[in-house]
Design a protein around this ligand. Sequence first.
Ligand SMILES: Nc1ncnc2c1ncn2[C@@H]1O[C@H](COP(=O)(O)OP(=O)(O)OP(=O)(O)O)[C@@H](O)[C@H]1O
Length: 261
Amino acid sequence: MKGFRQMVGGAIRLERVEKTYGGAGGVQAIAPLSVEMRAGEAVSIVGPSGCGKSTLMRLIAGLDAPTRGTISIGSTPVDGPVPDIGIVFQRDLLLEWRSVMGNVMLPAEIKRLAGLEVRAGELLKELDVAGFAGAYPWQLSGGMRQRVAIARALLTKPALLFLDEPFSALDALTRDQMNVLLQRLQTTQHVTTLLITHSIAEAIFCADRVLVMSGRPGAILDDIRVPFDRPRRLAVRETPDFTAIGRRIREHFEKAGVLVG
Ligand SMILES: Nc1ncnc2c1ncn2[C@@H]1O[C@H](COP(=O)(O)OP(=O)(O)OP(=O)(O)O)[C@@H](O)[C@H]1O
């Protein structure tokens, strides 16, 4: 485990990565793209629908191979599924027949890791669902289910946490709560986080850096550092600096014609 942790603990580096589905004449999802993410950094990716955000995440996770270019994590090239990575999707993918604790402990069972019960309990507490450890997913609200999915993703202390539009199906208030919770987790869990979102405010609030993607084939239009201290309160969204970053992102989309203001 320690050796592996060293392997995935480093920076994520993409060099001239391209992805075309379906061979020559197929759908070019990612244009040649180079970017680096530091270990422990929280990065959001925001971009129009179909621009290749999920593709990019799948490539970094090693779940799909680039057509051209290279990806490495630390000093190790990504040439297959990256182990020790927690992934959260829009659908929580909880197993309905398992309790909350049973769902959170699933990665430990699959990887045959013993002694993670205490960590599971701590994560449920940190995510404010400790009182529901014995409940079943169908007894929980959407926001609570997603908290459990995040606890499950973090159980084995992954170096990387990837979230693909995790809060898109939640109501606005619950989504705000989840944003506060995610940025709190990023400071307590010291995990490199990659968040894909359609929400400009969410992208800024949750991250140290926002990558703005163009329409397909996806390229990086802008790379914006987010300067706010942590922990962050929602009120930061009303500050002039936050508004200015939001405007800068929106202008990219307006210029590209994907957002009419
Ligand atoms: N397995 C696949 N085979 C063929 N084309 C695909 C495949 N996966 C994605 N695509 C295409 O690649 C492009 C990028 O898709 P991707 O899902 O990465 O975009 P996205 O930015 O995550 O979209 P959204 O915001 O709508 O979720 C799209 O045109 C999509 O139709």
